[in-house]
Write a protein that binds this ligand. Structure first.
Ligand SMILES: [Zn+2]
Length: 454
């Protein structure tokens, strides 16, 4: 078992690399979009970092127009692909971080920083494992292709583009979820509702930053300083004790902020939705169709309010009301749903649109496919066996709500890096990668590579 010792020796380099690449703020930035950097300059910088890493290690690398890139490790036919992503969801220190999210820090055996566990850290663990595989198995004449995209968090257009230019994968995994190995992923469904409804009370609404995170903050600007705003606010907080909030008078108007708790959209029950809290507050003194729609139909994490709550083989339907905006009477709402494969998405979307139209809302929707991989396939068996070498009673292949790159690639399963019971705060403040878990995940990836390549 020489490889485990080598992996431990390599830890220091691996950690330094993770700190280095996580120092780049690679969140999507529309202001710096241009040819060659379709997701802005931060994502471009992270891509350059990774390509340079591969070059320095002596491998052939490809830059696919700034959407994604790859590093080819080894010679010959391709034996395996690994996919990870270099973009991150936005992070700001003032949102509860101890250290600056883009100045990673080690404390208590963990690296804290945006991207440490989603997904730059795991991508590098797998890259190190792939590199080590060829170092220890020079006799194997098969390539490992490490693919990295720059737009996973906003719909994976990066790898979709990549696969229009580069060969599809034969067998692959993506270290961008959790253990045990994931054989199924629910379908992703997105809804956008819009309506123009002028109002003499509400000036603007601003809730949420991205659709796939449970919004932790929603702010309303209300015209004037009517006493009922304050009374309704006290009343709202009294009735909804899970929420907190802020109330202030600014430039003659009233600014109300409802505060909830962030979580990933695929596990909305772990968060507390500030947009829903805001709707419950507003409905106390407003009679507005858009507000009524939210209160009557968007209130629950399982879709009950839209009459679409359902649990299938891959688990329950989940709903995240991620974005709520209003300006000059123009309302915008965005929902992110994860839907069991048994549901007919077109039918469901039409039913929801019809319900919304009853409130004068216009609906746009998109949906993708669910993913199910045969649990008896070579891929699932190899990953499962590698995992069980280290975590013998860690559970069998499972299904999740999160959509990973596995859906955009061929014969690809999500695999790690979070261990069961470990909440690494992805998409949240103080995201981290535990150093012991990091080492263990790298060992598991190494063995998974051996099991597939040998
Ligand atoms: Zn991710």
């Amino acid at each position: 078992m020489g490889h485990n010792k080598r992996i431990e020796e390599l830890q220091k380099d691996l950690i330094n690399d993770i700190i280095d690449v996580c120092s780049i703020d690679s969140a999507y930035d529309s202001k710096t979009e241009k040819e060659g950097m379709p997701f802005g300059q931060g994502a471009r910088k992270a891509l350059d970092w990774m390509l340079e890493k591969g070059r320095k290690d002596g491998y052939e690398v490809h830059d696919v127009d700034g959407y994604a890139g790859d590093i080819e490790i080894g010679e010959g036919e391709e034996g395996l692909s690994i996919l990870g992503h270099l973009d991150v969801v936005p992070a700001r220190k003032e949102d509860g971080w101890v250290n600056d999210p883009f100045s990673p820090e080690i404390r208590d055996g963990k690296i804290y920083g945006r991207g440490t566990s989603d997904d730059k850290g795991p991508l590098l663990c797998a890259y190190y494992a792939a590199k080590l595989f060829h170092e220890l198995h020079p006799e194997v004449k098969k390539k490992i292709r490490v693919i990295f995209g720059c737009n996973e968090e906003r719909g994976s257009s990066c790898v979709k583009y990549y696969f229009t230019k580069m060969p599809k994968t034969e067998i692959a995994f993506t270290p961008d979820a959790e253990f045990p190995v994931i054989y199924g992923e629910k379908a992703h469904v997105g809804f956008e509702f819009t309506k123009t409804e002028k109002d003499d009370v509400l000036i603007s609404l601003d809730g949420g930053t991205v659709s796939n995170v449970v919004p932790s903050k929603c702010t309303a600007v209300l015209k004037g300083t009517d006493k009922m705003y304050r009374d309704a606010f006290d009343n709202f907080l009294e009735e909804n004790k899970e929420y907190t909030g802020e109330y202030e008078v600014k430039n003659g108007n009233t600014v109300v902020t409802v505060i909830g708790k962030p979580a990933h959209a695929s596990t909305p029950h772990l968060g507390l939705n500030a947009n829903i809290g805001m709707a419950r507050y507003l409905v106390k003194f407003m009679d507005n169709d858009a507000v009524n729609f939210m209160v009557n139909h968007l209130y629950s994490y399982d879709g009950e309010g839209l009459d679409i709550d359902y649990t299938g083989e891959l688990g329950p339907l989940t709903l995240n009301f991620g974005l709520l905006k209003m300006n000059e009477g123009k309302f915008y709402m965005n929902l992110d749903l994860r839907v069991p494969h048994e549901i007919d998405n077109e039918q469901m979307c039409q039913n929801v649109s019809q319900m919304a139209s009853g409130y004068g809302m216009e609906t746009k929707y998109t949906y993708g496919n669910a993913l199910i991989i045969d649990r008896e396939s070579k891929l699932i068996k190899a990953l499962d066996a590698a995992y069980k070498e280290f975590v013998p009673d860690g559970g069998d292949p499972m299904a999740i709500g999160g959509g990973t790159y596995a859906k955009s690639a061929n014969n690809c399963a999500a695999f790690g890096p979070a261990f069961q019971g470990e909440n690494t705060k992805i998409h949240d403040a103080n995201e981290f990668m535990d150093l012991e878990s990091l080492c263990k995940a790298t060992k598991i990836y190494y063995r998974a590579i051996e099991r597939i390549m040998l």
